[in-house]
Design a protein around this ligand. Structure first.
Ligand code: ZN
Length: 125
């Protein structure tokens, strides 16, 4: 399995993560910053664990699950086609897909209660 290096801050931090997870973190990174490619970040030692906590708060959960979420899946990208928000935690019982908080709120304006938050933690709201 292709991996990506992690600069740990605590003893329990991993020294690497699956490359697919790094790509998800990079998606969050590149929505806020520009410049460095994922490859370049890897050459410079990788993402810092605490940096990833800010960029993609659900990364540890995704790592523990061992499965990279696709668009519309829990913790993945919001299911709305035009929305790129990561950390989707709101479950729509009609589409049976996950949405970001802002899209879930819009859906609930028209169909109150349709989207319900599934994440027991405080990841990305
Ligand atoms: Zn959204």
């Amino acid at each position: 399995m292709k991996t990506f290096p992690v600069i740990g801050d605590k003893p329990e931090d991993p020294s690497s993560i699956p490359y697919e997870l790094a790509e998800l973190v990079y998606q969050a990174y590149s929505s806020q910053f520009s410049g460095q490619s994922l490859e370049r970040i890897g050459q410079r030692g990788g993402f810092g664990a605490s940096e990833m906590d800010l960029l993609l708060p659900s990364w540890r959960t995704i790592l523990a699950l061992g499965k990279i979420p696709k668009k519309g899946e829990q913790y993945g990208e919001c299911n709305r086609t035009v929305c790129k928000q990561l950390g989707a935690s709101w479950y729509n019982s009609s589409t049976q897909r996950f949405y970001c908080k802002s899209c879930a709120m819009k859906i609930n304006e028209y169909n109150p209660g349709l989207c319900v938050r599934q994440d027991p933690t405080n990841f990305n709201d």
